[in-house]
Design a protein around this ligand. Structure first.
Ligand code: SF4
Length: 366
């Protein structure tokens, strides 16, 4: 599988990280104990989900997607959003804020994912300098993995992308394989610093993540994701010639392509002819970072309506239909290990802040 060695300036808005996006900080770990006690660090009142947070966007006000210059959303962002929307917004606005401890947890998780990926295939680092090249590498990975899956094999770090509910979503599936019953199963690896299974809130966030992967993957194999949609949302130029290293990698893989458009056509043709099944089963495996011990597995029941309702609610923030929300009073324990607790306006106001996007954006740029 190929990974990108992009120049810094070309990294924006490609929509992918090279490794799985499953190892974004597990903000909940420190909170497992807190959740049991559900203690309140700051008294607040419950707020109506449709109350002061619902708003009409002013005609020329940028939506959060525009303000953050996003052509797509990562599944990992949506998953973090389901933990605490306000926290996810702070992470976007203030990257690099998380503590050294959380960064170390993240690094350890990423290393474990990399080791698992290397069990199945070598990694090739490819220099890219344009977003078309960065996407080309992802498409080449799709092209190389589809036949493996078709022949009954196991694949890891499979890129998924597509327009769902009007927004382009991207992600990376940890593993896809067939069970002894012949079902296509997605396995998501979650590593934990503490040698204990997560409690309900973390599991809910993880269930949402894998359910979104299924929505996107199924749309890809059903032919509902189009090259035109990818080009449109990510503002790509099909006529762009592939860079030398990408071109060489494509040739070594047996693909005769010159431009990004050639590769797009080939990838979508391959997907449409592949006859791959949809994902039948969703499994989350929790393991201990230090020892590698499997702590437990969760089988997720895919409930499409609930997943889509939740997704639409999350997208309401991104598309400017409503303000970001922090946690409700019953989840106030999350604030106690949040990196942004000291600056969080939602927390400080007891959940009654009413800053508009524009006011908030202005504050952040001061
Ligand atoms: S302090 Fe609480 S409400 Fe504010 S961002 Fe953190 S978890 Fe969310």
């Amino acid at each position: 599988m190929a990974g990108t060695g992009r120049e810094a300036g070309a990294a924006e808005n490609t929509g992918f990280e090279d490794l799985s996006d499953s190892e974004f900080p597990d903000f909940s770990e420190l909170g497992d104990i807190e959740e049991l006690g559900s203690s309140l660090g700051n008294p607040r009142k419950e707020v109506d989900a449709q109350g002061p947070w619902k708003r009409k966007r002013e005609a020329d006000a940028p939506t959060p997607m525009e303000r953050f210059h996003l052509g797509c959303l990562w599944v990992s962002d949506l998953s973090t959003q389901s933990w605490c929307e306000q926290q996810m917004v702070y992470r976007k606005e203030r990257p690099g804020f998380p503590s050294a401890e959380k960064a170390a947890v993240l690094d350890a998780g990423a290393s474990i994912h990399l080791a698992r990926e290397l069990e199945l295939h070598d990694l090739v680092n490819i220099h890219t300098s344009t977003k078309e090249d960065a996407w080309a590498v992802k498409l080449l990975n799709v092209l190389s993995m589809v036949p493996v899956l078709q022949s009954g094999g196991t694949i890891r770090e499979f890129p998924v992308f597509g327009e769902i509910e009007g927004v382009f979503l991207v992600g990376v599936i940890d593993e896809l394989h067939y069970t002894s019953k012949g079902e296509l199963e997605l396995t998501e690896l979650k590593t934990r610093k503490r040698a204990a299974m997560p409690l309900a809130a973390q599991k809910e966030k993880d269930r949402f993540q894998v359910s979104l992967y299924k929505c996107i993957f199924d749309a890809m194999v059903w032919g509902q994701v189009t090259s035109a949609s990818l080009v449109h949302h990510m503002k790509l130029s099909p006529e762009m010639l592939l860079g030398p290293q990408v071109h060489s990698h494509a040739r070594q893989g047996g693909f005769t392509v010159m431009s990004f458009g050639d590769l797009l056509e080939l990838t979508f043709l391959s997907l449409s002819l592949s006859d791959l099944p949809v994902i039948d089963a969703l499994k989350i495996e929790y393991s201990h970072q230090e020892t590698g011990t499997v702590l437990g597995t969760e089988m997720v029941v895919f409930e499409e309506k609930q997943v889509r309702d939740k997704l639409r609610h999350h997208l309401g923030y991104w598309t400017g239909l409503r303000e970001p929300r922090g946690v409700d009073v019953k989840e106030a324990w999350k604030c106690r290990m949040c990196d942004y607790a000291a600056i969080c306006e939602w927390r400080q106001s007891g959940g009654t802040r009413t800053l508009s996007h524009e006011q908030h954006a202005k504050k952040m740029t001061k």
